[in-house]
Design a protein around this ligand. Structure first.
Ligand code: ZN
Length: 134
């Protein structure tokens, strides 16, 4: 793990939450991106070198829709930046954490990502993310 890369927050309405977070942080989001495969539309804010990712479901079976149904809006995940995501994944698996996929997937913001199950991390969903090498 290298750094806290971003904080993911599940929201019901991205447009409303973009306005709310712009008011809170004193600056607007700098991009919106949809990740079709995950059924999610995201927007990004940046504050003090840390990003805040707002996540809105684009379909009812999206993981974000299910999360909001169960827990309501709010903190969804912490994302840590790593360089070697496959290595990091196997190290974490060997250390007793539970990756939610066998291989990293495409995430927003040009990243490869994998999540660690919250049951192994004190209830907090953890994302590992690495820049995609193009
Ligand atoms: Zn994320």
């Amino acid at each position: 793990m290298e750094k806290l890369e971003h904080i993911g927050i599940a929201v019901k309405n991205l447009q409303d939450s973009n306005l709310l977070f712009a008011k809170l942080l004193g600056k607007p989001h700098y991009k919106i991106e949809e990740v079709e495969s995950e059924g999610v539309r995201t927007s990004f804010f940046e504050i003090g070198g840390i990003k805040i990712e707002l996540l809105e479901a684009t379909r009812p079976d999206s993981p974000i829709a299910k999360f909001i149904e169960k827990k309501g809006e709010g903190l969804h995940h912490l994302a840590f930046g790593v360089t070697q995501i496959e290595n990091e994944m196997s190290e974490k698996a060997a250390a007793g954490f539970t990756p939610l996929a066998d291989t990293p997937k495409d995430g927003a913001d040009n990243k490869h990502i994998v999540f660690l199950h919250p049951k192994t991390t004190n209830g907090v969903l953890i994302e590992l993310c690495a820049d995609k090498i193009i």
